[in-house]
Structures are given as C-alpha cells and as structure tokens.
Design a protein around this ligand. Sequence first.
Ligand code: CMX
Length: 421
Amino acid sequence: PKTLKERLQELIPEKQDEIKRVKKEHGAKSLGNVTVDMAYGGMRGIKGLIWEGSVLDPDEGIEFRGYTINECREILPKADATGEVPSKEQVRALSAELAARSAIPSFVEDLIDRCPNTLHPMSQFSLAVTALQHDSNFAKAYQTGVNKSEYWLYMYEDAMDLISKLPNVAGRIYRNVYKDGKVPPIEPDKDYSYNFAKILGYADNKDFVELLRLYLTIHSDHEGGNVSAHTTRLVGSALSDPFLAFSASLNGLAGPLHGLANQEVVRWIFQMKDAIGESPSDETVKEYVWNTLKSGKVVPGYGHAVLRKTDPRYAAQREFALKHLPNDPLFKLVSQLYNIVPGVLLEHGKTKNPWPNVDAHSGILLQYFGLVEQNYYTVLFGVSRSLGVLSQLIWDRALGFPIERPKSYSTELIKKMFEEH
Ligand code: CMX
C-alpha cells in the first residue's frame, strides 16, 4: 500500500486543480454580509476561512472529512490526513513511522527537566514545542531557498516529526511534575495511543488505552475558526514552521474559555462537592449553578460559539462512561449537571448555547482511571489537537494559501462611515 506521503503527492495536484476551478467559477460570489457587530464581536459568524479537514454543523456537531464521530467509529481503523479511509496496513505503517520518529533531542529533555513543578504543564508543553524548532526541516529549507512548490514536503516532515515527538514531550512533563521523572521507552510495534498511555503509566489498563484512543480522536479537529486551529493557521501563514505555529496554538488552547476548560470543569465540580456534598439534591445543585452565574463567572464546560446542541463529543464520552463507569459518583454528578445546567442557562438568558461541550465530560473519565492531576488535562487536548491542525497546515502550504491579513477599522472610522455629519 501507498504511504501517507505518497498518497498526498497524488492528491495535492488534484486538490490544487479543484480549487483553481472553484475559484474561477465562484470566486466573486459572496459568503455573507459583515456587520459592525461582527467586527466588535470576535468576528463571530464571519465566513472567512477555508478548512479542509473538518466542518462544524451547529446542530450535528463536528464532521471529519464529511464523517460524523459515530460514522468515524464505524468505518475507521484510525483517522488520517488525506480524507480517505486508510487500510489496516496503512495504519500499521503510519504507527511504525510515528514510533520511529518519536525521540526528542537531549537538550529538550534537559529543558523540560529544569522546569519547576510549579510551572503549568501547558507552559512547559509550549516551550518544549518551541525548542523542537531547533531541528525544523522547513526552516532550514527556507534558508537554503527552496521553491514554493516544495514547501509542503518540508511541512510534512516537520508535522510528522512533531506529532511523533509529542507523547515523549507530554509524557516527560507528566512524569516530572507528578511522578518520579522516569520516562518508559516507546514500543516501536505499538500504536500512538498505546505508547502515549504507556509513557503516562496507564497502558496496563486496556480500558484506559481505549479511552485515550477515543480522546485523541474526538479532540483532534473542530474546523478552522477556534483559537487553537486558527492560531496554527495564522502563525503558519507567515511561513513560521510547524513547531512555532503549534506552540502558539498551545498558548491559545491554554486559555480557560478554550482548552483549559477541561481543567476548570473538574476544579468547579470539586468546589461544588466541597460546598454542597457528594450527593446533593437537584435543588442545591441548581442553586450552586446560579451562584456561579451571579458571581460573574462562567459555568465551565457549557456553551459554544458555533454549536447549538449537545456536543457529540460530549455524547461519545457519556456513552463510554455508561459502558465503563455507570456507577461512578463523579459521573453521576456530571449527569446530574447535564439535567440541570441547560435549564439554568436558558433561564439566565445570555448564553446562546446552553448545552455541554467536550470539556464538560473529559476530566471525570480521567479521574476514574486514576489520572487525577487536572492541571494536566489540557496537555492531552493539545496532543490530540496537533493531528488536525498540523494536517491542515500541510494542506495550507500545498495549496499555497497566502499570509493572513484581515482588514481592521477603528471606532473613529466606523463613526465616520455610518454617522451623519
Ligand atoms: N456560563 C455563563 N455564561 C456564559 C456561558 C457559560 N457557560 N457561555 C456563554 N456565556 C455568556 C458569555 O460569557 C456572554 O456573556 P456577555 O454577553 O456578558 O459577554 C453571553 O453568554 C453570550 O455568549 P455566547 O455567544 O453564548 O458564547 P461565546 O461564543 O461568546 O463564547 C464560550 C463561547 C465557549 C467561550 C462560552 O460559552 C463559555 O465561556 N463557556 C464556558 C467555558 C468553556 O466551556 N469553554 C470550552 C469551549 C470548548 C473548547 O474550546 O474547548
């Protein structure tokens, strides 16, 4: 069977032609109106990006290359970057390639080892990824004056290197901060999720490895406009290499309204448990949620900029919990919140989407398996996010997408444009 790179080599010219045709036929058509509100409102709703790997439907949730999460679970041995369903042999070959590239330079190991345990794991993660830039193929090739048409080849090598090295980087941070600092070796004949579980120290539990497979799949991509995806695209568009682009992305993922919400959810639930006990009545939970809102804070894990129904990534994790930990007290609390929070948010009347997102569920599954260190949770999100955003970054260069540069206005100018004088 063909390798991923060989298949990309065939697909890229086809895609380039397709885009040429689409631009020729539809290039002058409008994708919608841009209002002053949109410009002030974080560009919400502006259709201004092309992202090939996934599209988010407000009601149905994420579709990876046209397949919903449920469809992916039926048809895929494992997701890949070309939009095609890979064969078992292709997946095996890809796993072997990822394992073969997984070693990290000793100076990066030293860098991680020197971080104080008090430095947030996401900050350690980001600085280690920046340091891996030392060996960027793309940065080197650019310095030697490589032709534009070959950018993607070097992006591909960097993206594969980076994805391969993330379990060793992330695992080392976990072992340093929470364990004895010893990092077990990767097994070259095992898959990415197994090896990551092993480095973290949980591979003996088959169910945990299965959870990590689910986790790494559902967090991988969420179309182009979210902070981590868009940051990768934006920084990469300056022809910064994948290491620089992805470390910037991680810094965005580390924000509490984005990826850090999975840490915040667990913190919030523990605070609630401390305040109102292990098995509170619906009434006390409702009151607790109201108190959070009244003190000017968000209920973490609920709401979304695009989604308008329960996140299918939440539903997939709930299904896992119902199968593996139906009687877990924390899962019961999360289920109770699912019954109560949307009603409160609706009554509160501000939130456009009162339903839970991916982060409302992920933490308590990890708690169940003993991975209890909640400040680490966003690192897992980051490892997974690399798969989607770095695949797209290869396509960005293969398709010759230009440097991003939207136009901005000042309030002075808005007034000049729309107010009578
Ligand atoms: N709790 C309380 N208030 C909320 C809320 C929540 N869960 N979700 C939205 N709101 C508020 C917003 O803060 C905003 O208030 P202001 O008008 O005072 O600014 C108002 O409702 C309208 O916001 P919105 O249009 O519904 O949502 P946004 O697109 O602005 O924001 C998001 C989306 C996810 C940042 C927001 O829902 C939120 O803060 N949720 C909690 C944090 C969270 O779970 N983030 C993770 C998202 C998934 C991920 O990226 O990992």
